[in-house]
Write a protein that binds this ligand. Structure first.
Ligand code: EPZ
Length: 418
């Protein structure tokens, strides 16, 4: 087991490179198996545990996977199984993207129900609704989702809730359906657009991704391609918030500034300076920032995935902030750990009231999930004294080389084996 040890209270300064987006990569890799001919070469893949996990899952299904630096090649021409039932499948959320891809290509799949971060109930009713509307029979049998269809036929589907996963999964299944599918009330997240662009590079015909209406004209088959994953909006947002919290000046490179607008706007409202470059943002802050209210919303609203890191910054901001978490009802597991460090936070249902304190004090804390871990790293960076973070396997699922990246901008953070 490992832990992170952080000696806090130093400003962070310099430049940091953002990796490829986790939530795009963990969708694109399983979706790649839809190609019945040729290899997919996916570039800008982040070096994280969730990607390793997906690679193992794909190998178990019979894909040939080769990893070279940040590039992964997937040859799925000789897939031997449509039944994904390993421990890896059960522990990962994104394994559900296998359902859409296998259903499209083979008209059948059996995939164990997915796991993921413990941030609330994670239903898949909208995925099922979409697959059924396309003509599939869906059953849940001994903890697995079983889908089968003689034919998939394009249709109009209106999602009851805005869901990233359902949008990607049903869009994927519809690429090989007969005729036209229209998805309404679709998610607009950058990684939805990235998966659509990837599928189009394989020969699909998808228009409108990034708006709430996506139109897919079914094609006969998809073939391998070379594709590069977009930069990680959430990793970038985490570094932006860290820079604002530590009172430093950090240029965050390899980003799409447009994807970060809701985060930039909040940091500026708090009194930080944010300057956008072509593919970078620079965040500069000095002293205590002002409290603000946050409501998490689907893109382009404030992302739920940076709510927890933002909560840390609000802990030391001046005044009272209200956080309204409207996507995941249990995304406050970091709060008790922040309280151990001196934070004043009260959670009632999906709302947290944060009263800013002068400082946090280092202690031993435990990450309960991925973004809780990121929130605790930022807390350690600003706290007086030493913070030890346990449960860092959650952080490694989604942040590549987090300690090296923070060290490169002046943080005193080390990984220690325990
Ligand atoms: C994706 O999860 C991300 N995960 C999450 O990232 C992220 O928090 C979430 O989107 C929202 O942006 C991956 O991409 C692997 P949803 P997903 O379907 O697809 C409800 C992180 O930290 N819903 O958009 O599972 C659901 O309960 C993580 O990187 C239904 O009701 O999220 C939630 O309230 C964790 N029925 C809302 O929709 C459904 O069928 C949004 O969920 C599906 C979802």
């Amino acid at each position: 087991m490992e832990k992170l040890v952080i000696k806090g209270g130093r400003p962070i300064l310099g430049q940091v490179e953002i990796s490829g987006a986790k939530n795009a990569a963990v969708a694109i890799l399983p979706v790649a198996i839809i190609a019945s001919k040729g290899k997919c070469i996916i570039e800008n893949i982040p070096d994280i545990e969730d990607v390793n996990c997906i690679e193992r899952i794909l190998e178990d299904l019979g894909c040939e996977i080769k990893r070279e630096n940040n590039s992964v090649s997937i040859d799925s021409t000789n897939i031997i199984s449509m039944d994904a039932n390993t421990e890896d499948v059960r522990k990962m959320r994104a394994s559900y993207y296998l359902i859409g891809a296998l259903l499209a290509r083979f008209k059948k799949a059996k995939v164990d129900l997915p796991g993921g971060c413990p941030i609330g109930v994670r239903p898949i009713d909208q995925h099922i609704k979409g697959f059924e509307a396309l003509g599939a029979t869906v059953t849940i049998e001994s903890g697995a989702v079983k889908v089968e269809a003689d034919r998939l036929i394009g249709t109009s589907i209106y999602f009851d809730v805005v869901s990233v996963g359902a949008t990607i999964n049903v869009m994927t299944a519809a690429t090989l359906a007969e005729g036209t599918t229209i998805l309404e009330n679709s998610a607009k997240e950058p990684h939805v657009v990235d998966v659509a662009n990837f599928l189009n590079s394989m020969g699909a015909s998808i228009k409108g991704a990034g708006t709430d209406v996506i139109r897919i004209i079914g094609v006969k088959e998809l073939t391998g391609c070379t594709y590069s994953v977009i930069p990680d909006q959430i990793e970038a947002g985490t570094f932006m918030i860290a820079a604002a919290a530590c009172g430093g000046e950090v240029t965050i490179n390899n980003v799409i500034p447009k994807h970060l607008e809701s985060i930039s706007a909040k940091l500026m409202e708090m009194g930080a300076e944010v300057h956008e470059g072509g593919d970078s943002v620079t965040v500069k802050a000095k002293g205590r920032l002002k409290a603000v209210n946050i409501k998490t919303l689907p893109y382009p609203g404030f992302p739920t995935d940076v709510q927890q890191p933002m909560n840390t910054l609000l802990c030391i901001s001046e005044g009272r902030s209200i956080i309204n978490e409207s996507i995941w009802e249990a995304r406050f597991k970091h709060v008790d750990e922040l309280k151990k460090m001196g934070a004043s936070i009260k959670v009632e249902g999906s709302v947290a009231t944060v009263d800013g304190v002068d400082k946090l004090i280092g202690t031993v804390v435990t990450a309960s999930d991925l973004r809780a871990g990121a929130a605790l790293v930022i807390a350690g960076l600003i706290a007086e004294g030493t913070t030890e973070i346990l449960g860092i396997e959650h952080i490694d699922r989604g942040y590549p080389n987090i300690e090296e990246k923070f060290r490169s901008i002046g943080a005193d953070i080390t990984r220690v084996t325990i």
